[in-house]
Design a protein around this ligand. Structure first.
Ligand SMILES: NC(=O)c1ccc[n+]([C@@H]2O[C@H](COP(=O)([O-])OP(=O)(O)OC[C@H]3O[C@@H](n4cnc5c(N)ncnc54)[C@H](O)[C@@H]3O)[C@@H](O)[C@H]2O)c1
Length: 434
C-alpha cells in the first residue's frame, strides 16, 4: 500500500521523536485518532513513565495516556531501531541556545543520525522543533540524501511544520490550532497535509520549508517585541505615576487595530526568550542586524533588575535593606498554571536577590523544588500563617490562579506585584506594583 493511502486510512505507523511538552501531546492525539504510535525518547525514565501510564506533562491526562497504552495504540521506547517500522517521523526535540546565544541544533542532528541509521523507503519525515530558516534544507536534507539511495518526493518525503502548542491554554489545543506545513516538494506537502489533516481542523500550506520555519519565528518574535514595548511603557508609566495595566485595559476596548500585551518580570519559557535569537543569528549571516529583536531582548532582559529595585523600595519603606531581609518569591514557573521552570524570570530575580544577600524562600504549587546554583529550595506552604509572618516582603512573579492572594496580603507587610495579580484589592498600602 502506498504511503498516502496508508496515512489516509490511518494504517500508517506514526513515530514521534522527543516526548516532551510538544511530542507527548502530539503522540497522544494521533493515538486517540486510532493511529498506531511509537514514541521515541533518549530519556529512559520518561519512557518508563509513559509505559506505566503516568503523564509528566500537565496537558496530557494520565487517564487518556493510560487508555491508549492499554488499547495498544501508543507505545514508548528508547529503541531507535524501531524507526524502521514507522511510516512517519515527527521530530520534536529541544532547540536551546548555546552560552554564546547561538542556536544549538545538536538535538536535531542527534535525532537525524538515529533516523539515517534506521530509515527505510517510503517514510515521511517532519521537523517540528522551532529552528532557524534553512534547517530542513541545509541540515536535514543533505544527510538524508548522502547515500544517494532515496529520492526526495518519490522515495521519502521531507517537510517542516512548526509546533504551536501553548501549554496550559484551556481554549486552544493541537486540534483547533491550524498547522502550517512547508515541504521540500509538492508531494512532501501533500503527504504531511494528509498526516496532520487527520488530527487538526485546519492545515495551512506554505511554499517552502523556510517559510514554515520563519512563520514560527515571526509568531514568537511578534510576542517578544510587543512584550518589550509594554515593558518599556511600564517603566515609563512608573516614572509618570500612571497605572500601566489600566492603560492597557482601556486601550484594549478599541475593537480594531490593537491587541493587548502585558508587562511582567521578564520573559520565560522555552520559546519567546529563545526563538527570536534563532532568527537574528541567521539574519546576521546575511549582514542584517535584527534591531527590533535585539532591542526587545534588552528591554525584556532588564526587567528582573527593575523588579529587584521595586523589592528594595518595598523594604526601604520599612527602613530595611535587601541584605539579610527575608523575601518570599510567589510563583516561580515561567507562566501561570504550568510547572515549567525553563528560562523563568523567577530564577533571574532569585539570583539577583541572592547576590544582594537576601534570605530567600519560594511558594509555587506546581514546582515542589528548584535548584539555583548549589542551593536546593523547596516550595513552602503559604497556608502556614506563622511561617508567612517571618517574611519582610513577598514578590509575585507568577500569578497562578489557585494561590490565595488575600491571605498573603493579610499576613505580609509588603507585596511587590509584578503581574497585577492584586488588581481587585481596593486598599493599596501594602502593594508595590511593577
Ligand atoms: N514547550 C512549548 O511550549 C513549545 C511550543 C512550541 C514549540 N516548541 C518547540 O518544540 C521543541 C520541543 O520542545 P519541548 O518543550 O517539547 O521540549 P522538552 O524538553 O519538553 O522535550 C524534549 C524531549 O526530547 C527528548 N530528546 C532530546 N534529545 C533526543 C533525541 N536525540 N532523541 C529522542 N528524544 C530526545 C528529551 O528527553 C525530552 O523528553 C523545541 O524546538 C521547542 O522550541 C515548544
Amino acid at each position: 500500500m502506498d504511503l498516502l493511502k496508508k496515512i489516509r486510512e490511518k494504517k500508517a505507523v506514526v513515530g514521534i521523536i522527543g516526548c516532551g511538552y510538544v511530542g507527548l501531546p502530539l503522540a497522544l492525539e494521533f493515538a486517540k485518532k486510532s493511529f498506531h504510535v511509537i514514541a521515541f525518547d533518549i530519556d529512559a525514565d520518561r519512557v518508563r513513565q509513559i509505559s506505566n501510564r503516568i503523564s509528566y506533562i500537565p496537558d496530557v491526562p494520565s487517564a487518556e495516556l493510560g487508555a491508549c497504552i492499554e488499547n495498544g495504540t501508543l507505545e514508548a521506547t528508547t529503541d531507535f531501531s524501531l524507526l524502521s517500522q514507522v511510516d512517519t517521523i515527527s521530530v520534536c526535540v529541544p532547540t536551546p541556545l548555546r552560552k554564546t546565544r547561538d542556536p544549538d541544533v545538536s538535538y536535531i542532528v542527534e535525532s537525524l543520525a538515529r533516523i539515517t541509521e534506521n530509515r527505510r523507503k517510503d517514510q515521511l519525515i517532519v521537523l517540528e522543533s522551532t529552528t532557524y530558516p534553512g534547517t530542513t534544507r541545509e541540515v536535514l536534507f543533505p544527510e538524508l540524501e548522502k547515500k544517494g539511495e532515496y529520492e526526495v518526493g518519490a522515495d521519502y518525503f521531507l517537510a517542516f511544520s512548526p509546533e504551536r502548542v501553548d501549554p496550559g491554554n484551556p481554549r486552544f489545543n493541537i486540534v483547533n490550532t491550524p498547522k502550517v506545513i512547508g515541504g521540500m516538494t509538492p508531494a512532501c506537502v501533500e503527504m504531511a497535509e494528509a498526516l496532520y489533516g487527520s488530527i487538526v481542523d485546519r492545515v495551512v500550506r506554505v511554499s517552502s520549508p523556510e517559510s514554515a520555519e520563519i512563520v514560527k519565528l515571526l509568531e514568537n518574535t511578534f510576542r517578544s517585541v510587543n512584550i518589550g514595548l509594554v515593558n518599556e511603557l511600564a517603566l515609563m508609566s512608573h516614572a509618570l505615576n500612571v497605572n500601566i495595566w489600566e492603560v492597557i485595559d482601556a486601550a484594549a476596548t478599541k475593537p480594531f487595530g490593537f491587541m493587548p500585551f502585558f508587562p511582567g518580570p521578564g520573559l520565560g519559557g522555552h520559546c519567546i526568550p529563545i526563538d527570536p535569537h534563532y532568527l537574528s543569528w541567521k539574519a546576521r549571516q546575511f549582514g542584517f542586524e535584527a534591531r527590533f529583536i535585539e532591542l526587545a531582548g534588552m528591554v525584556n532582559g532588564s526587567m528582573p533588575h527593575h523588579v529587584l529595585s521595586r523589592i528594595a523600595h518595598a523594604l526601604n519603606i520599612q527602613s530595611k535593606c535587601l541584605k539579610g531581609s527575608r523575601i518570599l518569591v510567589v510563583g516561580v514557573a515561567y507562566k501561570r498554571d504550568v510547572n515549567d521552570l525553563r528560562e523563568s524570570p523567577a530564577l533571574d530575580v532569585m539570583t539577583l536577590l541572592e547576590m544582594e544577600g537576601a534570605s530567600l524562600s519560594y511558594a509555587d504549587p506546581y514546582v515542589p523544588e528548584l535548584r539555583l546554583g548549589s542551593t536546593l529550595y523547596q516550595s513552602i506552604d503559604i497556608g502556614k500563617k506563622e511561617l508567612l509572618k517571618s517574611f519582610d516582603c513577598a514578590v509575585i512573579i507568577t500569578d497562578h490562579s489557585k494561590l490565595d492572594y488575600r491571605h498573603l496580603l493579610d499576613v505580609l507587610p509588603k507585596i511587590v506585584d509584578t503581574r497585577n495579580a492584586l488588581k481587585n484589592i481596593p486598599s493599596r498600602e501594602k502593594i508595590v506594583s511593577l
